[in-house]
Structure formats: structure tokens, C-alpha cells
Design a protein around this ligand. Sequence first.
Ligand code: ADP
Length: 452
Amino acid sequence: MTKLNALFARYFIGGIIFLLVIIILLSNYITTIFFTDFLTTVNLKSNEAIIDNIQGLLINKAPTGFYKSYLKTVANEGNAELTLYKGDIHVFSSGPETVALGPNEKMYEKVFKEDEATLYTYKFLIENEEFVLKIYRVNDIRFIKQNVEYLNRTNLMYLSVFILAVAFAIVLSLLLAKKFNQPILTIRENINYIKKGKYKNIKKTTTKARELQELSNEINLLAASKEQEENLRKRLSSDIVHELKTPITALSANLEAILDGIYKPDQERIKVLLDQTNRLARLVNGLSKLTILETNAEHMSVDKINLSTMLHDIFVTFEPSIKEKGLQSIKNIKNDIYILGNEDKLLQSFVNIISNALKYTEYGSITVSLEKTMNQAVVTITDTGIGIDEKDLPFVFERFYRSDISRSRQTGGAGIGLAITKAVIAAHDGEIAVNSVKGQGSTFITTLDLVK
Ligand code: ADP
């Protein structure tokens, strides 16, 4: 495994070296072509100048010293070898290193090899004598001093560019790695917090890299849902203890008091014991119902049900108790809405919701509505009761959950009714949700698919 910055540096430097090599090769190639053309033109021009000068020297019958110094100058340029013949007689030869004057051509040692140089041959007449001037020009541009200097300078420039680019790549890769590293490190830290269950320590990540931002958001969402799950689990354990403890404590306290002769085992006392036993039985029954619903939903028998009639009948059953409590009962049920479901279980579910509404409402009204949308039946049960605290809302459908108010009131429920309701609706592939404002009332909305 390699660290991110090393990885970036490797790719960047690799990429830059590759690019530079290509650029250098290409520009060398292009320069060579360009130079060869340029050189030919320069050679031809300089040949013309040489011929002019030599003709001038010949016409003026210049002394040997003049030739020598002129030829030296030409030779010093280093890019030509000259040989002059008068008819067949060798007059002089000159090259970058030697100058030979006189008829003995052998005295001159050729520098350029045949295949390294291009030969230009010129003939001219002076006082009816034919002269032949042979000029060898080297083909390879590196033989020429100025060109070598130019090439060296270019190569130095390439080297500087190369060093600069590599330095730039290193700095850039460090900066980039830092940019990527920061969110990655935070994400890793967050994952560690999730592992340890320290959800409060989880930090938000902000990065411009979309994938990283999405990853971080997903992980934070996962943390939030794990935290909720954890809270639920803790709450469930404490709720279950509470629900079991209350009847068991009452039972054992009463039985001990009877044993100690404090209470008589009369009818009144036995009724208290029976009530607590029934409470425990209700709890166990509720739990077993829930387990069956959750594990056996696919074996639930279903029929076509007229939901309108069912809700109407429930409403009629509750109406007297609602009125008795001095509350207004409002019915807003659309006729002939059919769904596919288990009548007993659905009936029990709506009874749960309406009986809660009745239980937790002292003033105002209870409304039962049924409407249909394109393909769903929507049951809305609204009360103007005590409402549910915002912090309790996510838990109302959990088993054993009861708000503190409901607990202190000892309303008799075990916090299992809504858990069963939710399980029944889920078994029907429906959905249930609650909106509530503490002190103002609650609305339970259930949606079920209409029968096709
Ligand atoms: P319970 O048998 O205790 O009523 P439920 O599962 O039916 O159990 O309800 C769970 C808890 O949700 C209740 O204890 C109560 O705190 C709260 N709750 C349910 N319905 C209402 C409502 N209509 N208004 C206020 N609180 C409600």
C-alpha cells in the first residue's frame, strides 16, 4: 500500500516525464528538419560569398598570405572544406584544421568523410583559364559550433523546464493529496466513532470532490440511523423492564402482605392480584401477536374488505364513549372504498388508534376520515388531545414505548398497541405515520393499496 501523496507524486511525475520526453523528442526532430533547410540556404549563400572572394583574390593576383588568411577564416567557421583547381592543377585545399597551398594535393588531409558532407562544385573562368572550386559542407548540424551552442542552450532550457516541472508536480501532488487526505481522514475517524458507538463525536466533512462528499454523507447517515437504533434498543430495554416490573412488584408486594397477615385474601385483594396478572398476560399476548405478525405475515388470510363500512362500524361503536367524554365526534368517511386485507387485524389496528385518541384527549374532537387517491385508501384519525413530544415521535410505534405522561397516568396500556398496528399495516404493505404537536393533538395517517 502506498500513501496517497506518494501515489499522486508518482503519477504526476511519471506523467510529466513522459510528456517532456515526447516534447523534447518532437521539438528536436522538428528543429533538425528546420535546421537542415535553413542550413542549405545558408550554405548556398556562403558558397557564393566564398566564390566571390576567391575570384577577387585570383583576379587581383593576391599574394599567398592573403589566400592563407582568407582560407583560415573560412576554415574557422568550421563548416566547409574547399579545394580549388586551376584546370587539373591543385591550387589549394583548406578545411577546419589544415590549409594546403600549392600543387601537391596530398599534403592536405581531408577531415570530412564522403558520406558526412555534401559536395558543391563550381566552375568559373578567369582570363580564359578554367577554375574548379569544390566545397564540402558537413551534413550534421552538430559539427557547426554555433549550432552546437544553440543545441546546448536548448537542452539546458529543457533541463530547467524538466526540473521545474518535476518540482511543480511534487508540490501539486502534495497539495492535492492534502485536499483528498483531509476528508478521507475525517471519514476514517467517523467510521472509528461508529465502531465505538461514539456517535456524538461524528464530524461533518465538506469537500469539493463529489464522490467523497457522497461517501461521507452516506456514512454520516449510517451513523445517524445506527444511533437511532441504539437509542431504540436502550429505550426498549428500559421500557420492557418497566412494563414487567410494575405488575410483578405489585403482585409480589400484595402476596407478601397477605402472607404477613397485613392484607386479607378477600375478593378485593384477589381482584388487585388478578388485574396485575391480566396486565402481564396482556403484555405476553401482545408480544406473541406481534411476533406472529412479524414472522408470519405472508400466511395471513386476506379478503376483499369494504374499508368504508369497517371504519363506519368502528366509529359507531366509539361514538357513545366519545360523546360521554364531552368530545365532538366527526366522521368523514367516503363510501365504497375497498382494499384487500385481514378484516380482524385491520379492525384491531384502527380500534387501537381510535381508542388512543379517546384515551389521550380531554377537550375538543376526534375525527375519522377515509378518502382515496389514485390507487390508495387513506385513513386519517385526528384528535385534539395531549399530543406527542417531538422527541418521542420516532418511538411511538416501537413496542413498550409509552410517553412519560401516559406512564404516570397509568392508562393501562403497555405500549404495545401501536407496535401491533404498525406490524399489521406493514403486513398489508401499507404505511402508517403520525403528525403531532404537544398540547395540540395528533393525526395518524394510514395508507393501504386499493383493491385492483
Ligand atoms: P398504550 O397502550 O400505552 O396506549 P400504544 O402503543 O397504543 O400504547 O401507544 C404508545 C404511546 O404513544 C402511548 O403510551 C402514548 O404515550 C402515545 N400515544 C399514542 N396515541 C396517542 C395519542 N392519540 N395522543 C397522544 N399520545 C399518544
